[in-house]
Design a protein around this ligand. Structure first.
Ligand code: ATP
Ligand code: MG
Length: 560
């Protein structure tokens, strides 16, 4: 897009203005800066779509930078999963893969420069003391007794911090700004701390590590980013971000804040997600109930659906809770166009057609996708003994029940009209174990000759051809829209939904699904969209996840 084209949101407007004024020589360079301390989630997807999307829109580039400044919580596993997830979402940073840890030496040299300029000092106060000295929103802070050390002493101490002469936590390097500033971030923020933890990239080369606020802006500057887009909580950090760049006299860029994404019925804090994983409430970061990219992928979400969702929610300055029904709606829309249909019976009940010849099999044509003719048709086997859903038969039907009950007719999808002539019960439990029917050979394909009224159409599979499968049905991970938001103590885990996973075994699928590869998505007619599980499914042992049910709660909400 050229700068003249109409900007749509406030970030696009800022970028367009900068292009017009030539502020960054016509460059647009954004970055996505994850800390490798967890898996990416749908909130990160919003930031990824935004940063990579803007770069693409304005012919710029987007860097991937690992913000790996805190070795205690970071792992290589996370680095790898983050790269895989971004690629899967459809974005590419090549060749701009960076690590904040690559800048440790430069950051150190800049810290020395600030010390020399009298803008940073080594403080011996403990973490608790620093907190106590910091003051509050209504009270100014107090200056540390170590604040006015000489430049020489500071240089010496800082060098010895680096050399490992002092124990962890005994000293920090702080910026010397203003302990009375109304902005707490400017009350001599910590720049470096001592921490003897091996780093996944620098090993034990360093025992001092830079703080986020110091490392982040300087990394942006080194990479000559033009627009550093972050979430609203960094708005109050912007003066500090700019202060460091100004004091160092290095390349300056624009930080822009937007509201983070919150999605209903889930949590999007890495700390909370990690807790769910570690406490065993979910099976892992990629549990299909998790809002992580890995979880969504395993559940059956497509990159297209996630990108569409991120596009629709837009960017704003004000926090909002987006209904998870919108995310589900985006998936449904995408899969409706693309996922081939199939018949699968989740809770099987035998149906015997008394007048259908034993041993006879007819292969009947079925449409693969009514939304996409190019997907063609397939043939499904029909025979004397079928499975139907337990739900599709009632001995005593309620009003407006149009499916099978004694004396009633239904259409078997793609096959024949059948009339129920009775049922067989387990003599011990009284449970219906078989439905008996007669079929009308004149109704092949489901036609109802002579204006016959048949209201119900149900799906089925041929018992002798069916392939067994396990199917996992999911509900929201949390019972309430805003977990922890309604309880006094904010204990979000009490809001976990105890019925978020239901496993069905002995489901019966049409034979065309026998060779389904992990990750394959289908619409099981009348049951929803399902995806063969990436971890547990194989052609010999099928396991399916329900990605999303057919009923569209978003469309309903939208109408209201
Ligand atoms: P933490 O809670 O551990 O600080 P984080 O969720 O901020 O983690 P980062 O790895 O720092 O995770 O995030 C990388 C980028 O993703 C940041 O630029 C951050 O602003 C953005 N981001 C994180 N969560 C959201 C969210 N819910 N909505 C939009 N952007 C987000
Ligand atoms: Mg963060």
């Amino acid at each position: 897009m050229t700068p003249e084209a109409a900007p749509q949101n406030f970030i696009q407007k800022m970028i367009a203005d900068d292009l017009t004024s030539g502020r960054f020589d016509g460059r647009v360079v954004t970055r996505f800066p994850p800390e490798p301390n967890g898996y990416l989630h749908i909130g990160h997807a919003k930031s990824i779509c935004l940063n990579f999307g803007l770069a693409a829109q304005y012919g710029g580039t987007c860097h991937l930078r690992f913000d790996d400044t805190n070795p205690t919580k970071e792992e290589v596993e996370y680095v790898e999963s983050i790269m895989a997830d971004i690629r899967w979402l459809g974005f590419d940073w090549a060749p701009h893969l960076h690590y904040a840890s690559d800048y440790f030496e430069q950051l150190y040299q800049w810290a020395v420069q600030l010390i020399k300029a009298g803008k940073a000092y080594v403080d011996d106060l403990s973490a608790d003391e620093i907190r106590a000295y910091r003051g509050t929103l209504t009270e100014p802070g107090r200056e540390s007794p170590y604040r006015n050390r000489s430049v020489e002493e500071n240089l010496d101490l800082f060098e010895r911090m680096r050399k490992g002469e002092f124990p962890d936590g005994s000293r920090v390097l702080r910026a010397k700004i203003d302990m009375a500033s109304p902005n707490l971030n400017l009350r001599d923020p910590t720049m470096y701390r001592i921490r003897r933890t091996p780093h996944h990239r620098t090993g034990d080369r360093w025992c001092i590590y830079p703080m986020y606020d110091y490392a982040h802006g300087e990394s942006d500057s080194i990479e000559r980013i033009t627009h550093s887009i972050c979430t609203m909580e960094y708005e109050d950090h912007r003066p500090l971000y700019d202060w460091f760049l100004d004091q160092l006299g290095i390349y300056r860029l624009q930080q822009i804040e937007f509201a983070r994404l919150n999605v209903s019925h889930t949590v999007l804090s890495k700390r909370k997600l990690l807790e769910l994983v570690e406490s065993g409430h979910v099976s892992g970061w990629d549990d299909p109930r998790m809002p992580t990219i890995a979880g969504l992928r395993r559940r059956g979400y497509t990159p297209e659906a996630i990108r569409d969702f991120c596009e629709r929610i837009g960017v704003a300055k004000k926090d909002a809770l987006v209904d998870v029904a919108l995310l589900e709606h985006c998936l449904r829309e995408d899969l409706n166009k693309r996922a081939p249909r199939a018949m699968a019976v989740l809770r099987p009940l035998r149906l015997v057609i008394e007048n259908y010849p034993e041993g006879q099999v007819e292969w009947l044509p079925a449409v693969n996708n009514p939304e996409d003719e190019s997907q063609g048709t397939r043939e499904v086997p029909f025979s004397r003994v079928l499975y139907i859903e337990q739900d599709d038969f009632r001995e005593n039907p309620p009003k407006k029940y149009f499916r099978l009950f004694p004396g009633n007719e239904v259409r078997l999808r793609y096959a024949y009209i059948v009339r129920c002539v009775g049922e067989v019960k387990d003599p011990k439990t009284g449970e219906v174990v078989e439905v008996r029917c007669l079929y009308d050979p004149a109704t092949r394909g489901g036609d109802a000759p002579g204006g016959r009224k048949v209201k119900g159409t149900i799906h089925w599979v041929s018992a002798s051809h069916a392939v067994p499968a396990e199917v996992r049905l999911y509900d929201h991970l949390f019972k309430v829209p805003n977990p922890g938001g309604d309880s006094e103590d904010g204990d979000w885990k009490t809001d976990l939904n105890p019925r978020s996973l239901e496993r069905l075994t002995g489901c019966q699928l049409e034979p065309s699904l026998a060779s389904a590869q992990p990750g394959a998505a289908h619409q099981f007619e009348r049951n929803g969209y399902f995806c063969a599980d990436l971890r547990d499914s194989s052609p010999g042992h099928l396991v399916w996840n329900r990605a999303v049910a057919l009923r569209d709660t978003w469309a309903k909400l939208d109408k209201e």
